[in-house]
Structure formats: structure tokens, C-alpha cells
Design a protein around this ligand. Structure first.
Ligand code: 4AD
Ligand code: MG
Length: 479
């Protein structure tokens, strides 16, 4: 057996002087031909491994370079060095993998996030990405814990589908047809009957429609998986491949939906605050440093920890789309023409600058916006009695904008069919979906939380490319 070792996080928290231990990891730095800062990814804190002068071959010492992997065994002793109470007095050191110091791209110095994106295969070995990805893991775990404890069933909805759940047409096609000479119909269009699935197929934009089918049997389900959008948005908040959590609940109306979404977000924040404090503190400090270089009015009013504490402990602001439009229209910001898209009439879709004005300038807390005009929302949302709006809700978060999108669903068959006709959505293709409204339909609701946006919110990372391992964005599919 190879892996008889203790993880560094464990050692630093509960290792005792006099214990004989084995550690493995990657060398961060090697000072004075004596002091190795070793990291194994369990924590940002390195273990100091001491190679006593004269105790090791020169040839071996030369191979202890930044990035090299080693196995070291020895005795834990009290450390005289600053910042650690314990260190390892090495009895043996073995090089597992050499790393050419001249060529290793991650020198022990500060690198820009942009540069690290180009070497995303190595950036996990930095403190920033170590913290971000341990927190991402923790959040994913907390998602399952939250729903499991409430009795929700985790439903794995398909990644390849033939439907466009959002009706927005932003799909990646999945095909095995030859791009050069696809089979054609008489009118020249491509004949997808010849394709792998016998029809045109795409990567899912959302598991919601299938989630609704599950909710009509299990009462409460959730999905948590990758979703894909071929929208050409090159922003700090859009990915072509992102992970989404979509709970779907029978016997829930819009109010129940909002309560659950808010409880969920506050739970996730609390979980990370209670379980990842060391990594959060590191990121909070990183963010504070970064913001020092910004002009005063661009800096956050609260530090990362204070922000999370605030959101964990305070209720979200609720208001309707109509109220939001009034606030925006009457704002000095709008009157002074500071919005790129001025707010004039009722019915327009909100731009992210408007959403951010509401949460960051006006309310200074997360906002749940409800009852949007039906024209700017998906076909499945429940129509309100006013004939103009639907029972939609979006949750907007400071620094992020939209983090959750959801709604009560239209459970009345005739209303749903009419809306689909108006929006030119062919009922034949969604007959399976409409069956839930034919056989035991119930009021139900659900929402989607963008997982990366949640990770951004918790870690304070400003670019979404820095909270997913290997980002897929327009014109970029490396690794
Ligand atoms: O608002 P959206 O499009 O809603 C749905 O897909 C519904 N089917 C959800 C539901 O009711 N079950 O997306 C939901 C969330 C957004 O609020 C946002 O956080 C995230 O998914 N999101 C993205 N995240 C990263 N990159 C993108 N391109 C995203 N598009 C949406
Ligand atoms: Mg949305």
C-alpha cells in the first residue's frame, strides 16, 4: 500500500510532538537548502518539512524544487518558525515527481487571475484556487444535505434532450450527422430523421420540465447537474456550461417557493461560514487587498465575511416587477441618464445594471422580484388574474445580479395550451409534459439556482471563470 500518510490539515490541527508521520504533497518553496513548505491541497497552510543540514545528499536536495512532489517521513517537533506550532523533522525524503524549476509556470510569487486562467490546469495549486474549490465542494455537499434532510428526491434529468425548456433557442446541437454532407429533405433542410436519435437533439438548458414530471409523483425533487447555453454573452457572469440546482415542488405556490429559495441560500451561506472559515478568511483578505486598488466608489461597503453574515441573518427584500420599475424610473440615476438602458415604460426586461442598482444602491440587500410581465418570461409560468403578469420570481444578489430564477407553474391545461399556442411552441412535442396537467395536476412551483453564481457570491470572486474548474465561454474551450 502506498498511501499511508496523514493529511497536512489534520497534522496542523491535531498533530502531537513526538509522533512519527508520513506526508506527501507538492513543494511550494524550498529555503536555505533546509526548509520545505509542503502543501497537499487539504489546506492553504503549508507544513514545514525540515531537511537537517548535512543529513541528505546534495543530489536529492537539488531535486526539491517548487512544484515537485515528495514523500517525507519523520518526527513531529515543536516549531521555532513563525506562523506554525509544529513541523516535520524529516528522517527520509523521497522525490515522487521532479519539477523543472526553470520551466514551472507557477513561480512562488503573485500571479494575476488572468494569467492563472491560461494555466488553469495548474492553478488549483495556488492558495486562491485552493480556497475557491474547497468552498465549491462544500457548497455542493451542502446542497445535497439541505434537500436530503427535507425529504427531496435527487432526480438525474437527462443531459441530452430534444426539448428547449426555456423556449429561448440557445441550444447546442447534439448530432452524429456529417457536417460536410448531411442528409437533406426535399426542401433542402437537414433531415434529422437520419440522425442518431431520429430527431434533432441538443444539450439541456434546464432540467425543469423533467423535474416537474418527478414532482408529480415524489412531491418534491431537485436536480443538480450541468446545463448548457449557447448564448453569446461574454460577461463575468455567463458560462456556456454551468451547473444548476433546480428544486421542483408539488403543492407549492409562489410564496412557498420564495420561502424555500431564501431559506436555501441562507443555509448554503451558513454552511460555508461554519465549515470553511479558514478558506473564507483567506478569500476575504484577498478581496480586501484587491479592492484597495479600486477608486473609493467602486469598493464594497462590507467585507466578504460581513456581507455573508448580513445575508445569512437578514430577510430578503420582496417587491413586484411593477414596484421595481417605479423605483428605477424615479431614481436620480435614471433621471441623470446614468443607465445605459434608460427605464421608461412598463414591460421592458430588466438589464443587469438595473438589477444591480436595486440591490446595491437602493435596498443594499438581496431582493426577490415577483410578477413579471408575461411577455418577457417562459411559457410554463402561471398566469396571474390581471392578464398581464406571471407568478415569476427572480432573486437578485449584490455584486452578482440574478442568482435564482423561478416561478409557480401553470397547472391549468387550457391556460397552458393557449399560452403555448401564442408563443408558437408545438404542443405535440411536449405532450408528455402536458400529460401531468391531464392526470392529477396540482399547484406546483420551482426555481433554478446558478451554482457558479452562488460560488461567486460566497467567495467574492468577480469573474465566473474563476469559480469553475475549466470554463467554457464563447471562443474558449481549453483543457
Ligand atoms: O433563469 P433561468 O434561465 O431559469 C431556468 O432555467 C429555469 N428553468 C429554472 C427553474 O425554474 N427550474 O436560470 C436559472 C439560473 C439563473 O438565475 C442564473 O443564476 C443561472 O441559472 N444562469 C447562469 N449561470 C451561468 N451562466 C449562464 N449562462 C447562466 N444562465 C443562467
Ligand atoms: Mg432567468
Amino acid at each position: 500500500m502506498f498511501n499511508k500518510r496523514t493529511k497536512i490539515k489534520m497534522l496542523l490541527s491535531s498533530g502531537k510532538e513526538g509522533e512519527q508521520v508520513t506526508v506527501m504533497g507538492w513543494v511550494r518553496t524550498f529555503r536555505n537548502n533546509q526548509f520545505i513548505a509542503l502543501n497537499d491541497g487539504s489546506t492553504n497552510h503549508n507544513l514545514q518539512v525540515v531537511a537537517a543540514l548535512g543529513a541528505f545528499d546534495e543530489a536529492l536536495l537539488k531535486r526539491i524544487t517548487t512544484g515537485a512532489s515528495i514523500r517525507a517521513s519523520g518526527l513531529l517537533v515543536a516549531s521555532l518558525g513563525k506562523g506554525q506550532s509544529i513541523e516535520l523533522k524529516a528522517g527520509s525524503i523521497e522525490i515522487l515527481g521532479d519539477s523543472d524549476a526553470e520551466k514551472y509556470p507557477l513561480q512562488p510569487k503573485k500571479h494575476s487571475l488572468e494569467f492563472l486562467r491560461e494555466i488553469a490546469h495548474l492553478r488549483f495549486r495556488t492558495n486562491t484556487f485552493g480556497s475557491v474549490f474547497r468552498i465549491r465542494h462544500s457548497l455542493a455537499f451542502a446542497v445535497h444535505k439541505f434537500f436530503h434532510e427535507k425529504g427531496f428526491v435527487y432526480l438525474h434529468t437527462p443531459i441530452i434532450t430534444s426539448s428547449d425548456a426555456e423556449g429561448a433557442g440557445e441550444m447546442f446541437r447534439v448530432t452524429t450527422l456529417s457536417p460536410d454532407a448531411p442528409p437533406r429533405n426535399e426542401d433542402g433542410s437537414i433531415n434529422f430523421k437520419e440522425d442518431f436519435f431520429g430527431k434533432s437533439a441538443n444539450l439541456t438548458v434546464s432540467g425543469q420540465l423533467e423535474g416537474e414530471l418527478g414532482a408529480m409523483a415524489f412531491s418534491e425533487v431537485y436536480t443538480f447537474g450541468p446545463t448548457f447555453r449557447a448564448e453569446n454573452s461574454n460577461t463575468t457572469r455567463h458560462l456556456a456550461e454551468f451547473w444548476m440546482i433546480e428544486p421542483e415542488m408539488a403543492f407549492h405556490d409562489l410564496e412557498d417557493n420564495m420561502l424555500l429559495a431564501e431559506e436555501f441560500i441562507r443555509y448554503l451561506i451558513g454552511f460555508v461560514m461554519d465549515n470553511n472559515r479558514e478558506d473564507l478568511d483567506f478569500l476575504a483578505q484577498r478581496l480586501a487587498e484587491e479592492e484597495k486598488s479600486l477608486p473609493q466608489d467602486k469598493r464594497s461597503e462590507l467585507g466578504l465575511i460581513e456581507k455573508l453574515e448580513f445575508v445569512r441573518n437578514n430577510e430578503f427584500q420582496r417587491l413586484t416587477y411593477t414596484e421595481a420599475i417605479d423605483i428605477l424610473r424615479e431614481s436620480n440615476h435614471n433621471k441623470k441618464k446614468k443607465f445605459q438602458y434608460p427605464v421608461e415604460g412598463w414591460g421592458v426586461d430588466l438589464q443587469s445594471e438595473h438589477e444591480r442598482y436595486l440591490v446595491e444602491k437602493h435596498f443594499k440587500k438581496p431582493v426577490i422580484l415577483t410578477n413579471y410581465p408575461k411577455e418577457i418570461k417562459a411559457f410554463y409560468m402561471r398566469q396571474n388574474d390581471d392578464g398581464k403578469t406571471v407568478a415569476a420570481m427572480d432573486i437578485l444578489a449584490p455584486g452578482i445580479g440574478e442568482i435564482v430564477g423561478g416561478s409557480q407553474r401553470e397547472e391549468r391545461l387550457d391556460r397552458l395550451e393557449t399560452r403555448m399556442r401564442e408563443m408558437h411552441i408545438p404542443a405535440e412535442e411536449l405532450s408528455w409534459y402536458l400529460d401531468t396537467r391531464r392526470f392529477g395536476t396540482v399547484p406546483h412551483a420551482g426555481f433554478g439556482l446558478g451554482f457558479e453564481r452562488m460560488v461567486q457570491f460566497v467567495t467574492g470572486m468577480t469573474n465566473i471563470r474563476d469559480v469553475i474548474a475549466f470554463a467554457r465561454t464563447p471562443k474558449n474551450c481549453e483543457f
